[in-house]
Ligand binder design. Structure first.
Ligand code: ZN
Length: 424
């Protein structure tokens, strides 16, 4: 993958790079504005057409250059980060150092069209001082340069406000069609049908006249929707007998009696229990630099070729080869759960494939930068890495006795919201 990029680099015309360099130096920012709300300037770095900025530019004052990014770029389909760096004249070694800092987060690999990149550049040496990835207005990641050692990653998450809405509708045709007509999204429908697949047969059990209510919450930051949303409660009235699901504060969904609705996970990404060689440690200090370098997963010391299994039912959403993380897989289990499996020698699944708990998805190995063969396994809940050995994972159990009172209270609140809407 990297060889290929290097070739592309050498093919780029020298004139083009020269022009780029020139335009970069004279590039400047017109006004100092509130970074949070307004992109300071959009430089349409259209990677296929032109590298010249179409926006008027003015000289940048030396002092004000410290905190303002030199470039902003919105990712388009087909972009590659190495090409963007090339166009900006940022050394490839900086990109490699970024990927090294990203090893325990792998956020760079999750960039999608529409996400925004902001570059802070040291004009004298053309080194990248800081890079910001904006996934949405509530969710950013910054890589700050620390001398020659590389970059440090900082996550910027704005809690914002979550607004609840109740959507209600009647079954007329399929559930999917009825739900979309009522205003639920394709993702909402997929989440609901996956969650309740063992409770109801969506293609057979519903009749015209059956009703449904769904409580959704949407995140807003300073009045703007961030795009983050979640389903909090579902009620499907099947000829008078409701089927329900409620999101509890532990991130899992339960029915009215507090029994888990999600298929169970297993703790270990292996067929049998293996020795942990390095545990989850968000405060781990790097042995050489002394900086905090979190270990966001659990390492299992196993010989190369050991089967790696998916810890839960889900869909393979990513299969990548990373210079440091090696051949890795990301499985989305729905309802905010994801797992990652790093350093494999062989991947046995493809992107988009459905997998079940315990299914072999890879053979372990030592790909990427490792000292010896092992499986690095991560569990993410709502995008945050948690200790996979101790986290509350759906184990097909119930709401704990201590939490039952709180759970019942929130069920009553959700029911009131949904029923109030139904009889409006
Ligand atoms: Zn590890």
């Amino acid at each position: 993958m990297y060889e290929k990029k290097t070739k592309t680099f050498s093919k780029l015309s020298k004139t083009m790079l020269g022009l780029m360099g020139l335009s970069l130096i004279t590039m400047a920012v017109s006004v100092s504005v509130n970074m949070k709300n307004d992109p300071i300037r959009i430089i349409p770095l259209n990677l296929t057409d032109s590298v010249m900025p179409t926006q008027p530019v003015v000289e940048l004052e030396a002092e004000s250059s410290i905190d303002l990014p030199a470039y902003e770029y919105t990712i388009q389909s087909g972009d590659s980060l190495s090409e963007i760096f090339m166009k900006l004249g940022i050394p490839y070694s900086d990109l490699l150092q970024l990927m090294e800092a990203d090893l325990n987060h792998l956020r760079i690999d999750t960039l999608q069209p529409g996400d925004i990149l902001r570059f802070w550049i040291d004009g004298a040496v053309k080194h990248l001082e800081k890079l910001e990835l904006e996934f949405n207005i509530a969710e950013k990641v910054q890589y700050q340069r620390l001398g020659d050692e590389g970059y440090e990653l900082v996550e910027v998450n704005i809690p914002g406000k979550w607004n609840q809405t109740v959507t209600t509708g009647d079954i007329e045709g399929s559930f999917s069609v009825s739900a979309r007509r009522a205003g639920l999204s394709y993702n909402d429908v997929a989440a609901i049908t996956t969650l309740l697949k063992d409770k109801i047969n969506f293609s057979r059990d519903l009749r015209a006249g059956d009703k449904f209510e769904v409580v959704r919450a949407e995140q807003f930051v300073e009045g703007q929707p961030s795009g983050n949303r979640e389903i909090q409660a579902i009620r499907i009235e099947r000829r008078g007998a409701p089927i329900t699901a409620y999101l509890h504060s532990d991130g899992n969904y339960y029915d009215k009696s507090g029994d888990s609705l999600q298929s169970a996970f297993q703790r270990y990404p292996t067929v049998s229990k293996k020795r942990i060689s390095s545990g989850f440690n968000p405060k781990r200090k790097h042995p050489v630099t002394g900086r905090v370098s979190p270990h966001n997963g659990t390492d299992f010391a196993v010989p190369t070729g050991t089967p790696v299994v998916s810890t839960g039912d889900g869909v393979v959403v990513m299969v990548r080869n990373h210079p440091y993380a090696g051949k890795y897989i990301v499985v989305d289990h729905g309802n905010q759960f994801r797992t990652r499996y790093l350093h494999n020698s062989k991947i046995l699944v493809r992107k988009g494939q459905r997998v079940t708990r315990g299914q072999r998805i890879a053979l372990s190995g030592r790909s990427g930068r490792v000292t010896g063969p092992h499986i690095h396994y991560e569990l993410l809940i709502r995008g945050r890495a948690v200790n996979p050995m101790t986290a509350k994972i759906p184990m097909a159990t119930s709401v704990s006795r201590q939490e039952m009172t709180d759970f019942k209270k929130s069920v009553a609140v959700f029911d009131k919201m949904m029923l109030a809407q139904q009889f409006k």
